[in-house]
Design a protein around this ligand. Structure first.
Ligand code: AMP
Length: 115
């Protein structure tokens, strides 16, 4: 079945709802999380719809790598000395939007292990 993108992030990518964009290129978009968990909380999403990490295909390896490089770029752009990247995969892990996204979180001390 072809991937669909009836998610809120699909709507953001199509320009149907606004976002606070911090970075964009041909492959991805990065914007501020609407409910930030830290002073900096940005989401990096691929333009092509992948519902969750475990649905990514081997042909998408370069795209996944690109998302991580953009996450690091955004962290630099935001002036973060350290930051955390999180990909929740599946409802059990806390995923609520089923369009793959990398959380970039920083600007405060981050505890480990996460909840
Ligand atoms: P997850 O729980 O990993 O699926 O993360 C989804 C994230 O999307 C949450 O941190 C939400 O706060 C965030 N979110 C939901 N809707 C929007 C929106 N319209 N703009 C920005 N962030 C959003």
């Amino acid at each position: 079945m072809a991937p669909t993108d009836d998610t809120i992030f699909g709507r953001i990518l199509r320009g149907e709802i606004p976002c606070d964009q911090v970075y964009a290129d041909d492959l991805c978009l990065a914007f501020r999380d609407v409910a930030p968990q830290a002073p900096v909380h940005v989401l990096v999403i691929p333009r092509e719809p992948i519902a969750r990490l475990d649905e990514a295909a081997p042909e998408q390896a370069a795209l996944l790598g690109h998302l991580l490089l953009v996450a690091a770029r955004v962290a630099r752009q935001e002036g973060l000395q350290g930051f955390r990247t999180v990909i929740n995969s599946g409802a059990e892990a806390g995923q609520t939007v089923f369009h793959l996204h990398v959380h970039v979180i920083g600007g405060r001390p981050l505890a480990w292990p996460p909840g």
